[in-house]
Design a protein around this ligand. Structure first.
Ligand code: ZN
Length: 323
């Protein structure tokens, strides 16, 4: 999932007159994914198509995005319909002191996620989003990110074959090396095996028993790191804690919370040091779910490609079967 907020000025050249056309009026139920109804309109879909074709971020995969939108494998719209709510929220945002109960203004944002079980990508605009300004700037990276998950999960063998050497192996090797130098002595083949096991177990669809099999996969790897059982247990904790902290909201003691933080920092450092992913590009990741990398190898591909699609990833996305 990518909760994207690029703290930058949105594209200013966009005509304000377009706003009227895009207010969430005349919305209809466009689709449901992961139990979440999405309200949209043909006008919004057509506008989104134009934006992604024009954007330098997503131009190279815009035909695939168009196809996904037409076949409703990609749903773009609002959580709720009704302009009253829209105007109300805009108003309370501008005059927060008049309505104390609404003074907690949310950051305008666009949320994207991929529902593996239903092979559907969803992009939801916040109901108070200034759609003409911010959404244009945010949409392409959100599409890029989520389409990496989509492409990976529907074509695992091709993804692993093409991305193991350039992206996946160097990422996990660096990350584990930051946790402990002992991993440098472990043969790469065990890490490659671990990445393949993770991808095959978790990328296609959500399955029950996820915690147990996740534990087993990483435990097998960690047992290759050293003979010190106690040390290996701590390492296993480091790898799995950020996941536990953010995804299953495990209650943790202070020591565990600190370990989880160290591990999250290692993930972020790895993105910066080997792929040059800048701080602001990771901002969304930092506040949502760092640690997904311990489960889904596609997260690494998504983060490193959200602002700069690389040729093998463009190729992979363009071969997605949108049926
Ligand atoms: Zn993601």
């Amino acid at each position: 999932m990518l909760l994207n907020y690029m703290g930058k000025d949105p594209m200013q050249e966009v005509e304000l007159t377009e706003l009227g056309e895009l207010l969430p009026m005349d919305l209809e139920l466009w689709g449901v994914a992961g139990g979440q109804p999405i309200h949209s309109s043909q006008k919004i879909v057509d506008k989104v198509k134009n934006w992604v074709s024009d954007s330098p971020f997503s131009k190279s995969i815009s035909k695939k995005i168009h196809e996904g939108l037409d076949k409703k494998r990609i749903l773009v719209g609002f959580e709720r319909k009704g302009k009253l709510r829209f105007i109300w929220r805009r108003f309370t945002k501008r005059y927060p002191f008049t309505f104390p109960s609404f003074s907690k203004t949310k950051v305008e944002n666009t949320v994207g996620y991929y529902v593996r079980d239903e092979r559907t990508l969803v992009v939801v605009f916040d109901n108070n989003v200034n759609i003409v300004g911010r959404a244009i700037a945010e949409l392409p990276p959100v599409f890029n990110h989520e389409l990496c998950h989509f492409a990976f999960s529907t074509n695992i063998n091709k993804a692993l074959k093409q991305l193991m050497r350039p992206i996946l192996l160097p990422f996990y090797k660096t990350y584990l090396g930051l946790l402990t130098p002992k991993t440098q002595n472990v043969d790469d083949k065990y890490l490659i095996e671990t990445i393949i096991r993770l991808a095959k177990a978790f990328e296609p669809a959500f399955r029950p028993g996820i915690v147990k099999s996740l534990y087993n996969i990483w435990e097998d790897y960690v047992s290759k790191v050293s003979d010190d059982e106690k040390f290996n247990k701590t390492l296993l904790g480091l790898i799995l804690l950020p996941y536990a902290a953010d995804i299953i909201h495990l209650k943790m003691k202070k020591r565990e919370r600190n370990l989880a933080k160290d591990s999250q920092t290692a993930f972020l450092k790895t993105y910066g040091s080997i792929f040059g992913v800048k701080g602001f590009e990771l901002w969304g990741l930092g506040i949502t779910t760092p640690g997904q990398e311990a489960i889904f190898p596609s997260e690494v591909v998504a983060v490193t490609n959200q602002f700069r699609l690389t040729p093998p990833v463009i190729n992979l996305i363009n071969s997605i079967d949108m049926r």
